[in-house]
Design a protein around this ligand. Structure first.
Ligand SMILES: [Zn+2]
Length: 301
C-alpha cells in the first residue's frame, strides 16, 4: 500500500563531496524500504520509526565503506522494549532488517514524535561487522549514547572509526504509513579546516528535520540548497532495495548446525519442521525425510 502523497523519488544513496573534497556527504532515502519492512514485520508505529532510522543509518554506513564487495551487519542491542535490531546490507544496495519485538508499542512523546529511544533503549551497544568474505571481518563496537540512533551512529563513526561525523536520521510515519525516511552523513576528510566545520555547524539545523525535508523534495535539490556556496560535487547515486537472500538451501544449512543427533530426533517425530526467516518472515518447510537427508549432510533443493 503506497500513499499517493508520498514523493515519487525512488530510494537511493547519493554520494557527494563539498569544500573541494575536504568533507564528504552521503544522503539516503529509505522510504519504501521502511514501508516494506513495516509491512513484513506488522510493525507498530514506534517500531517503524526506529526501523526507518536504522535502515537509513545502515545505508549511510555501508555507503561509507570505500572498498567493493562483501556486506555490513549492524546490530543495535539496547535495553528498550523493541529488543535487538539487526540490519544486513550488501554493496549492491540490498538491505534486510530483523527486529526482536516489532509489535511493541509506546505512547507518542509530548512533542508528537515517536519514542524511538524508548523502543531502542538508551543503554546498550551498536556493533558493526564488515565482512568482505576473504579476510577476517572488521568488527567495531560503540556504546549507545541516546537511543535515538542519529547520535548513536555519530558516536560510532567518531569513536570506533575515528572519523568526526555528523549524522541525522529521520522517519515520518503514522498509522502504518511511511511518508518519508532517510538520513545524512557528513564526514571531515584529512585537511578539513575549521572554516568548513563552522560552515557545516551553521547549516546543521537544516539536517535535523531531514525526514520532513525529504518528504517533498528530491535529494539532489536538497543538497544543492543546503550546501550552496560550498562547492558541491555529486559523485554518484545508487539504488537501495529491501531484499532478503534467504533460501531453502541456506535454511537447511542452518538446520544442519543443530547436529546429527538432534536432527535424527526431529525426524523420528515424523512431523514437518518449519523455519521462519527473521528478516523476510518467509516460512521454509522441511519434511521428516528431508530432515534425515540434512542429518546425513546432504544438500536440499
Ligand atoms: Zn528471508
Amino acid at each position: 500500500m503506497q500513499n499517493e502523497l508520498i514523493f515519487n523519488e525512488p530510494d537511493g544513496l547519493l554520494r557527494m563531496l563539498i569544500a573541494e573534497g575536504r568533507a564528504r556527504v552521503l544522503m539516503c532515502r529509505t522510504t519504501r524500504l521502511t514501508q516494506q519492512a513495516a509491512d513484513i514485520h506488522a510493525a507498530s508505529d514506534v517500531a517503524t520509526a526506529a526501523m526507518g532510522r536504522l535502515l537509513a543509518g545502515s545505508a549511510l554506513l555501508a555507503g561509507s565503506v570505500e572498498d567493493e564487495g562483501g556486506h555490513v551487519t549492524v546490530t543495535v542491542a539496547g535495553n528498550g522494549v523493541g529488543g535487538k535490531m539487526t540490519v544486513v546490507g550488501h554493496d549492491n544496495g540490498d538491505f534486510k532488517i530483523a527486529v526482536e519485538n516489532p509489535q511493541a508499542e509506546l505512547p507518542v512523546r509530548p512533542d508528537g514524535k515517536q519514542d524511538v529511544a524508548g523502543f531502542v533503549g538508551r543503554e546498550g551497544r551498536l556493533t558493526v561487522i564488515r565482512d568482505k568474505g576473504e579476510r577476517e571481518p572488521y568488527i567495531g563496537i560503540s556504546n549507545l549514547v541516546s537511543g535515538e540512533l542519529g547520535l548513536d551512529f555519530a558516536e560510532y563513526f567518531t569513536m570506533s572509526e575515528q572519523t568526526p561525523s555528523l549524522v541525522a536520521l529521520g522517519c515520518l510515519n503514522q498509522d502504518g504509513v511511511v511518508l518519508s525516511a532517510g538520513g545524512i552523513l557528513i564526514q571531515a576528510m584529512p585537511g578539513c579546516g575549521l572554516d568548513v566545520i563552522e560552515e557545516l555547524e551553521k547549516r546543521e539545523p537544516f539536517f535535523r528535520g531531514i525526514s520532513r525535508e525529504l518528504y517533498d523534495r528530491p535529494m539532489r535539490g536538497l543538497a544543492e540548497f543546503w550546501f550552496q556556496g560550498m562547492d558541491l560535487e555529486i559523485v554518484s547515486e545508487e539504488p537501495l532495495r529491501l531484499r532478503c537472500d534467504c533460501s531453502r538451501q541456506r535454511m537447511a544449512r542452518a538446520l544442519g548446525a543443530l547436529g546429527r543427533e538432534e536432527l535424527l530426533d526431529m525426524a523420528r517425530e515424523g512431523k514437518d519442521t518449519e523455519m521462519t526467516c527473521h528478516f523476510c518472515r518467509t516460512a521454509h518447510r522441511f519434511s521428516a525425510e528431508e530432515i534425515l537427508l540434512i542429518a546425513d549432510g546432504q544438500e536440499i533443493s
